[in-house]
Write a protein that binds this ligand. Sequence first.
Ligand SMILES: Cc1cc2nc3c(=O)[nH]c(=O)nc-3n(C[C@H](O)[C@H](O)[C@H](O)COP(=O)(O)OP(=O)(O)OC[C@H]3O[C@@H](n4cnc5c(N)ncnc54)[C@H](O)[C@@H]3O)c2cc1C
Length: 267
Amino acid sequence: MAFTDALIDHADGARVAMVDRRHGAGGHWLEAYPFVRLHQASLFYGVASTPLGDGLVQHRGPETGLYERASKFEVCAYYESILNNRFLESDRVELFSACEYLGDRTFVSLVSGEQFEVPERCRIVDAHYLAPRIPAETRPPFDVADDADDARVIPVNDLARLGHSADEYVVVGSGQTATDACVWLLSHGVDPNSICWIRPREPWMLNRAMVQPADGPRRALSGVGVGVGPRQLSHSRCRAGPAGPSPAHPEASQVPPGSWSRPTLDR
Ligand SMILES: Cc1cc2nc3c(=O)[nH]c(=O)nc-3n(C[C@H](O)[C@H](O)[C@H](O)COP(=O)(O)OP(=O)(O)OC[C@H]3O[C@@H](n4cnc5c(N)ncnc54)[C@H](O)[C@@H]3O)c2cc1C
């Protein structure tokens, strides 16, 4: 989307046919888990021509003073609007959704079966190099022991659709998705001792309070931060719970106990 957005602005007369096996614009966001948000301020994200969001600063919750972060639904609506109101309106862009690119200048509709040949005069741009593999569409790379009768493995998407509670939640992974899963469970009243978080030692996380579009919100911060420093990340298998201060990050040392792990307390 960002490439096409720039191309139609900077290459006179260029026309674009976008091909995606998904049903619309938005890429992996269309299948993302419902409680995902950007991990950064909305103003940092999106296509060059059109800001995402209204540049609002949050006034409640654990991120008070930080810029808004778009939800999955806001990101999808944004891409849909870019597609409809900018790309299609320009008459220079077409979206071939629900189509699989097969290689060799060929793609096929996954709905009608119609096959398309891309003419030699067109450039092919493979824009899926950085596409993430997401749990909703990928088998877990591990097995569950045969004697673990009660254990169910679910993609993170299904966490929001559980029919009944579980005695224990084991969250596997160390990136944004796993972190979101832990925070979501905590924010829904799950006891931290019932969450087992399995993750490697390596991950580092940016303190979002330090990476804001402008200085304003940071100045507005009054002792609120969301930093996770090396000390909290030093165990390969640990219980999820409130992050303590990190001596390596002075601003993170201002984090009030429990402020990041129980956002619903502020509702
Ligand atoms: C949970 C999550 C949160 C994220 N949060 C952020 C964030 O806050 N900020 C940030 O900058 N980045 C974030 N990212 C990174 C993310 O990769 C980018 O935001 C961006 O959306 C990636 O765009 P993309 O076009 O590279 O990949 P995608 O959005 O995955 O799009 C690639 C598309 O190519 C299609 N495709 C692939 N192969 C074929 C084929 N052969 N035929 C037809 N179609 C095909 C796929 O269906 C897919 O829709 C996040 C990623 C995840 C998973």
